[in-house]
Design a protein around this ligand. Structure first.
Ligand SMILES: C[S@@+](CC[C@H](N)C(=O)[O-])C[C@H]1O[C@@H](n2cnc3c(N)ncnc32)[C@H](O)[C@@H]1O
Length: 346
């Protein structure tokens, strides 16, 4: 490969990385822009490619919030300007977009409004047949409120770090369970935004049911399913853990895999959660069903209680710590440790 070809490919990779960060609305102040532009060699061609790939109207169906784009552009433009090659100037389309956003007033409700967060999957992921993504770019689009507790007071309106780590676990673990994902019928507990359910549908899962105890969360999941055009595979249904819904069809339908992200944080819910896990794993023992649950380690005592509940219920489990290498793809915002539990009956 010649030097010129190398540069083109390096620029293409940098722009793809910038796109991933922009679409996830990663805080602009924490993006290392300097490492993602050609040092001292920014020309019109690079900026044109960047604009068309990330910022133009056609680049993405679901653009981040205007306030975010404005801040992203502020940092990006400063970086481009300080790295311009000789006799080059800033791209007029980038400057025009920035000045248009500067003149647009924010409405007071903007801070609490849900915004679209797009999680780009690595190139060349196997796609479900119905996927409509262009240019082989696979993505999960989620409408989220980024505040820790959302404006309406529940935790299901943003994608939590444990769900992202669970997504990476399925993307990069060669055989997370004995069946390949495309043969799996998957049930998610406490799905929240259903990020992981939707991601698994993009990896070709046969059937996915995203459940949550809160019906408003389920309604939002149905909208996320529509944003991702995966209604043929993923559906949403209310399911509260514990014994109160004995006749729910989730206990009679066959499942190969039960998943959950960040559902082990409240000690008051742990016995109900474990009861539900046991019912599902016992009902599906013939097919060797497993549960894979990712847990953010905010409090060791809480997880010790989870371990005790699992053991008392006669469930077998192994625990894996997710290190740096298991949280590479997306921005996590915090380095609180995350563990993955693989749980089975018998
Ligand atoms: C911290 S959020 C995690 C959401 C998502 N899995 C993620 O990681 O982004 C916990 C989710 O569990 C749901 N949940 C909490 N207690 C529950 C219960 N007893 N039964 C069913 N769902 C519950 C909440 O409604 C919320 O959506």
């Amino acid at each position: 490969m010649g030097v010129q070809q190398n540069n083109i490919s390096a620029n293409h990779n940098s722009i793809f990385k910038l796109k991933r960060l922009y679409l996830q609305s990663v805080p602009a102040g924490s993006i290392a822009f300097d490492g993602l532009v050609p040092v001292g060699k920014v020309d019109w061609g690079f900026q044109d490619h960047l604009f068309n790939t990330i910022l133009s109207k056609d680049a993405t169906a679901y653009r981040p919030a205007d306030a975010y784009t404005r801040r992203f552009l502020k940092f990006l433009i400063a970086c481009l300007e300080s790295n311009l090659a000789e006799d080059e100037e800033l791209h007029d389309s980038i400057l025009t977009l920035y000045s248009n956003l500067m003149s647009k007033p924010d409405s007071p409700s903007d801070a609490t409004k849900p915004t679209f967060i797009t999680y780009l999957l690595p190139p060349n992921q196997s796609l479900s047949q119905e996927d409509d993504e262009k240019d082989g770019e696979v993505q999960v689009v989620i409408s989220e409120r980024k505040s820790v507790l959302s404006a309406d007071g529940h935790t299901g309106s943003r994608t939590w770090e444990a769900a992202l780590a669970l997504g990476e676990f399925f993307l990069f673990t060669p055989s997370p369970i004995s069946k390949p994902i495309p043969q799996c019928r998957i049930l998610e507990l406490g799905a929240g935004t259903a990020f992981t359910s939707i991601l698994l549908s993009k990896l070709g899962a046969k059937r996915v049911l995203a459940t949550d105890g809160d019906e408003r969360v389920c309604e939002a999941i149905r909208r996320n399913i529509d944003h991702n055009y995966c209604r043929n595979v993923v559906s949403a249904s209310q399911l509260l853990w514990g014994g109160s819904q004995k006749d729910s069809t989730v206990y009679t339908e066959p499942w190969d895999l039960v998943i959950g992200g960040d559902i082990t944080y409240d000690t008051r819910d742990l016995s109900d959660l474990v009861l539900t896990l046991k019912k599902l794993l016992v009902a599906n023992q013939d097919t060797g069903a497993k549960a894979i649950i990712s847990a953010t380690v905010r409090n060791e005592d809480t997880l010790r209680e989870f371990d005790t509940e699992l053991s008392s219920a006669g469930l077998n489990f192994k625990v894996q710590d997710i290190g740096e290498s298991g949280r590479q793809l997306w921005y996590y915002g915090s380095d609180t440790p995350i563990r993955i539990y693989t749980i089975h009956w018998g």
